[in-house]
Design a binder for this molecule. Structure first.
Ligand SMILES: Nc1ncnc2c1ncn2[C@@H]1O[C@H](COP(=O)(O)OP(=O)(O)OP(=O)(O)O)[C@@H](O)[C@H]1O
Length: 250
């Protein structure tokens, strides 16, 4: 469903992505994990056609993202990292915008808006401005917009950040039913327990490189995913040299 081949991206002197290669199968619930600044968002931005790589190729369901960006974007639904939404629209207007942009008819958009709002528990907020939504509600309306055109692949950058546990469980349920029906989900998250529980496969990215990738069991071995992650990310830092913090100014 998604082939990422030899991606590279640098920002000035900073190498953000250093040869990332991954193969993600149709129907997979695929987790991307890595420490802060590891290159996850940069990788996912390139995969979804939001950022041009210095080198490498991304192919989504047989379509080269950078050779045929419009075709590729029909296949993919994206929840970007920094949510820059048209927040002077109401929730309903925002979803209508997202659906119309994807070529859906007004009738289809209306029906899907109702279904998505009910599924995400934001039906009461559809007539309010997105600017007035809480962080979790904003995440949910952006997720709904990513799904409205029923894409084959959902690329979700930290979808559970700011989302309450009940809503997160609800979203996971929606995504699991989507993958069971043949949809593919790629999700970046810092929630190791969630990734271990929900995903079938995972890649650990550190300093722009894939240090481990495969099924959850292949990657974690005898350890928990979190232990394996901490090992590959260079271990925990000892909390020394911060004695001044305990000297209290008053
Ligand atoms: N627009 C930019 N300009 C310059 N440097 C950038 C830019 N975007 C990202 N970087 C740098 O590239 C590296 C990778 O960043 P990226 O956002 O991809 O990491 P991440 O794994 O998503 O991190 P986090 O878990 O903190 O969200 C970091 O060193 C970051 O400072």
């Amino acid at each position: 469903m998604l082939t990422i081949d030899g991606l590279r991206k640098r920002y000035g002197d900073t190498v953000a992505v250093d040869g990332v290669t991954l193969d993600i199968k149709e129907g997979s619930f695929y987790g991307i994990v890595g420490p802060n600044g590891a290159g996850k968002t940069t990788t996912l931005s390139i995969v979804t056609g939001l950022l041009r790589p210095d080198a490498g190729r991304v192919v989504v369901h047989g379509v080269d993202v950078w050779a045929e960006p419009v075709r590729a974007k029909h296949i993919v639904g994206v929840l970007p990292d920094k949510l820059r939404l048209f927040d002077r629209l109401s929730g309903a207007q925002f979803l209508r915008y997202a659906g119309t942009l994807r070529g859906l008819s007004a009738k289809t958009v209306r029906a899907r808006t109702d279904d998505l709002a009910a599924a995400f528990g934001i039906d009461d907020a559809l007539d309010r401005l997105v600017a007035d939504y809480s962080a979790g509600m904003t995440k949910k309306i952006a997720l709904a917009a990513a799904m409205i055109h029923s894409p084959r692949l959902l690329v979700l950058d930290e979808p559970f950040e700011s989302v309450d546990p009940v809503s997160a469980a609800n979203i996971i349920d929606i995504l699991q039913r989507y993958t069971a029906a043949g949809g593919t989900v790629v999700v970046s998250s810092h929630g190791m327990d969630m990734i271990q529980r929900v995903c079938d496969s995972v890649a650990i990215i550190v300093r722009g490189q894939v240090l481990a990738a495969g099924t959850i069991d292949e990657v974690r071995g005898e350890q928990t995913l979190e232990e394996r992650f901490v090992d590959l990310a260079g271990g925990r830092k000892a909390a020394e040299g911060m004695e001044w913090l305990h000297s209290f100014s008053e």
